[in-house]
Design a protein around this ligand. Structure first.
Ligand SMILES: NC(=O)c1ccc[n+]([C@@H]2O[C@H](COP(=O)([O-])OP(=O)(O)OC[C@H]3O[C@@H](n4cnc5c(N)ncnc54)[C@H](O)[C@@H]3O)[C@@H](O)[C@H]2O)c1
Length: 269
């Protein structure tokens, strides 16, 4: 996981998995541009990394806004002298937006909003990062997939569609950018302890039962942590992963390796 000296742009990195990736990468000597729509939390994350001796800056960027995405990549190139790693992390779920979950209650605007952030955003970021990535000897794009890139889940229509799109976007970008020696991969987590999962669980009529069911579907009977995913992102970004390309890397505690909950194995969480 040697990311020393690599220049990371991480979208949606004020909180959650993105913020933890910024911390882990900086701990290992990477230079990080934290970006988000939540300026207060984003600036605080970058400041915390600097206080710990890391190299981090903050820039506002809404990944659905083409002008802001273009400006983010230009800022990264100016501040960091280039871009080696684009971490397309920003994402949201319908439970973060409202309570329109079903086919018949979800508005077109909500469906399009989720796709805009989770799928169009990564496309825009890739588009405007590529001229800089092309100049890097160790370039890669790392997208946020999900177990929802592979399977259907309850109350997950728009999110599932967006993460299914990320699966094929990742492979198509890997093909298109191969001549430029830019690797493109995705990490695909099961439930990870962040605000997104907390909101999803809290929106359920039976939050404790849902959380327990999530944990019992993992062969490693716990929720994932942002650090679990951050470690994987750093590996995918590192030169050690130079032969890893176009992959959807599950990081799911084994949840997609089987069908069931750990009760049937006599395990308690
Ligand atoms: N937490 C999980 O269980 C889980 C599982 C699978 C995949 N993922 C994916 O991992 C990524 C990070 O998830 P998380 O759990 O850390 O989420 P989170 O909600 O904790 O953090 C998401 C961040 O994205 C930012 N964001 C939202 N809209 C944005 C926009 N338009 N432009 C820029 N930033 C924006 C938010 O402000 C927030 O800081 C997402 O793409 C998510 O879909 C998460």
């Amino acid at each position: 996981m040697n990311v020393r000296g690599l220049r990371f742009v991480i979208t949606g990195s004020a909180k959650g998995i993105g913020a933890e990736t910024a911390r882990v990468a900086a701990e290992r000597g990477a230079r990080v541009l934290v970006s988000d729509v939540d300026d207060e939390a984003g600036a605080a994350t970058a400041a915390e990394i600097r206080t710990s001796g890391g190299d981090a800056h903050y820039a506002h960027c809404d990944v659905t806004d083409e002008g802001q995405v273009q400006a983010l990549m230009a800022r990264a190139a100016a501040d960091l002298g280039g871009i080696d790693v684009l971490h397309n992390n920003a994402g949201t779920h319908e439970s973060m937006i409202g309570d329109e979950y079903t086919l018949e209650t979800m508005s077109k605007a909500t469906f399009e909003r989720i796709l805009g952030i989770n799928l169009v955003g990564p496309f825009l970021c890739a588009k405007y990062a590529v001229p800089f990535l092309r100049e890097s000897p160790n370039a890669s794009i790392i997208n946020a997939g999900s177990t929802a890139s592979f399977l259907g889940f309850p109350q997950n229509l728009a999110y599932g569609a967006s993460k299914g799109g990320i699966a094929t976007l990742t492979k198509n970008l890997a093909v298109d950018l191969a001549p430029d020696r830019i690797r493109v991969n995705a990490y695909c987590p099961a439930a990870v302890e962040t605000m997104m999962v907390t909101k999803f669980v809290d929106a359920s009529p039976e939050p404790e039962a849902l959380k327990s069911m999530m944990i019992r579907s993992h062969l490693v009977p716990r929720l994932g942590t942002p650090r679990d995913v951050a470690n994987l992102v750093c590996f995918l970004a590192s030169p050690e992963a130079s032969f890893v390309n176009g992959i959807l890397w599950l990081i799911d505690g084994g949840s997609l390796a089987w069908r069931g909950t750990t009760d049937v194995l006599g395990m308690s969480s």
